[in-house]
Design a protein around this ligand. Structure first.
Ligand SMILES: N[C@@H](CCC(=O)N[C@@H](CS)C(=O)NCC(=O)O)C(=O)O
Length: 217
């Protein structure tokens, strides 16, 4: 059985686990916490980050790399559209998560509200959270709302095929929702419906429940 290395609260670990579930691949989890990782772990993940992945003798690091590998070894269902522009757009939304949404939701909201107080005995900096929630996230929500077609369950193409971009975007919103925030359905109706449908998928639902147990929610 392959192994996913990384604690489940990480949006990047969640990305990989959702992709595995969508493809019906059974796996084990080794819940590595990416702080002062062992020299042994650095051999698998030279940057010391999670997730990493082991498939027999082969090891990989980085969620994007791992999901690309999974899509080649287990092509069904495909997580990268075959049409070139749609595929590029799927990759763009994956990057928009990593380079955009994560930079606000990760350190400024999820770390401040959950990880710091619960695991590192640190107080929440409410000013940082307030600025992120009130000023930094709304333009990102506006952007995503504008990219979604009516009733779309995917950001890409005809709005129907789940892609790596949807998994990435859906994954980081799990961290936001764990902090008690939601999406204003009057202001961002398409985004709210899109995320609700994503998080209801059998690939996301058990992972969200697992996190909630860990966070005592
Ligand atoms: N681009 C990487 C990002 C992974 C990442 O930043 N993981 C975080 C946890 S959410 C981590 O391991 N941080 C520890 C560190 O940066 O040293 C991926 O897609 O896997």
């Amino acid at each position: 059985m392959p192994t996913v290395y990384g604690v489940s609260l990480s949006p990047f670990v969640r990305k990989v686990r959702v992709a595995l579930a969508e493809k019906g691949i059974p796996y084990d989890v080794d819940p590595v916490i990416p702080v002062n990782v062992s020299a042994e772990y650095r051999k698998i993940s030279p940057l010391g980050k999670v997730p990493a992945y082991r498939d027999g003798d082969m090891t990989l690091a980085d969620s994007s790399v791992i999901i690309n590998y999974l899509d080649r070894t287990h092509p069904n269902p495909p997580l990268y559209p075959s049409e070139p522009y749609d595929c590029a757009r799927a990759l763009w939304f994956e990057e928009y998560m990593d380079g955009g949404l994560v930079t606000v939701i990760g350190p400024k909201i999820f770390f401040q509200k959950m990880v710091g107080p619960k695991f590192f005995n640190q107080k929440t900096d409410e000013a940082v959270v307030k600025k992120a929630v009130e000023e930094e996230l709304p333009p990102m929500f506006d952007y995503l709302e504008g990219e979604l077609k009516d009733g779309a369950t995917s950001l890409v193409g005809n709005g129907k095929q789940l892609t790596v971009g949807d998994i990435a975007v859906g994954s980081i919103f799990v961290n936001l929702f764990h902090c008690g925030y939601g999406i204003d359905t009057a202001r961002w109706p398409k985004l709210a419906k899109y995320l609700a449908a994503l998080h209801e998928r059998p690939s996301f639902r058990p992972l969200i429940a697992e996190d909630r147990g860990m966070l005592g929610l």
